[in-house]
Design a binder for this molecule. Sequence first.
Ligand SMILES: Cc1ncc(C[n+]2csc(CCOP(=O)(O)OP(=O)(O)O)c2C)c(N)n1
Ligand SMILES: [Mg+2]
Length: 325
Amino acid sequence: MSKPLPLGCFMTDINLGIYTANIDPGRTIYATSERTAIRRHQFGEVPLVCLMEGLLQASWKRRARPRIPQRESAWGERAAGDSRITIRALFQRLHEFLTPDMVVIADPGDSLFGAADLTIHRRTEFISPAYYTSMGFAVPASLGAQLANPALRPLVVVGDGAFQMTGLELSTTARLGLNPIVIVLNNHGYSTERQISEGPYNDITNWSFSKVPDLLGSGRGYVVYTVADLDKALQASLANRETFSIIEVDLDKYDASPALTRLGQRLSKQVKGKPDKRRLVQSRQHGPPERASGLPLTPEPAFAASIGRRRSRVRLSPWRGEFAA
Ligand SMILES: Cc1ncc(C[n+]2csc(CCOP(=O)(O)OP(=O)(O)O)c2C)c(N)n1
Ligand SMILES: [Mg+2]
């Protein structure tokens, strides 16, 4: 049986698939920026960076690298050029577009849920926040990624909502002469939240994202309505090595990736007050569940204690009931 090795990610509702991931801490090595846990032993003073330094100093017998089977595209048949652009067609084309010298940087939202099904050519060229509630991460992160490794070309995938938070950091991108390709999923608002609870609070102002280059006096902008528009914009962006490119992809506001659709179904049940039986047991023991937004686990001392307590009373995956109060 496999032993999970979650390094650097927090065991939150989102990362655990709304507590459907049945990960046994007794078989897991789990390290974050805060601490390391090896099975049930807690090392509160050993953050991930120290663990990695220690591992680098240790002498290991090298094993042959395992062969990782090729994944099939999760996006199905190729969409026709003249068809309206959809999330499925967008990620299918991005999947084909990726080259080994690109680093995908995905923002929380359907950008991340869709990008999670892309196949990355090397081993480390995928960046997204370990902590889900970090909307607006991707455009600024592309600055750091390309400055750290100029041989990589960032492919930024970001929502219209997230871009409105931090997208004008492209001003620094322009000043430094960097050349990321920025794909803005313009699904006209907070589509992730729409899948959970629809209302006017999910609507935002519709920006002309492709005109950001006019504002900044640098960069190239494209708007995409069809698959053929996307193909043209991707090729033009690839050829433009001088400045950033921004591709605004006009999507239906209810279009969603398969991963977001599944997540929305689970979360909306909870938001509408129909938690499943397991969560009712948990809330009696630990207080009400938190808003399903990616809040972290309870603080460290409570962690070990609560695992012991729960094991003796109810048979649950220990990570299912860990809520931030
Ligand atoms: C800083 C922050 N605030 C709020 C959230 C909650 N949240 C998650 S996705 C989302 C909507 C994001 O909208 P957009 O960037 O347009 O992406 P979409 O969901 O439409 O794909 C929100 C508000 C978050 N993840 N981070
Ligand atoms: Mg959006």
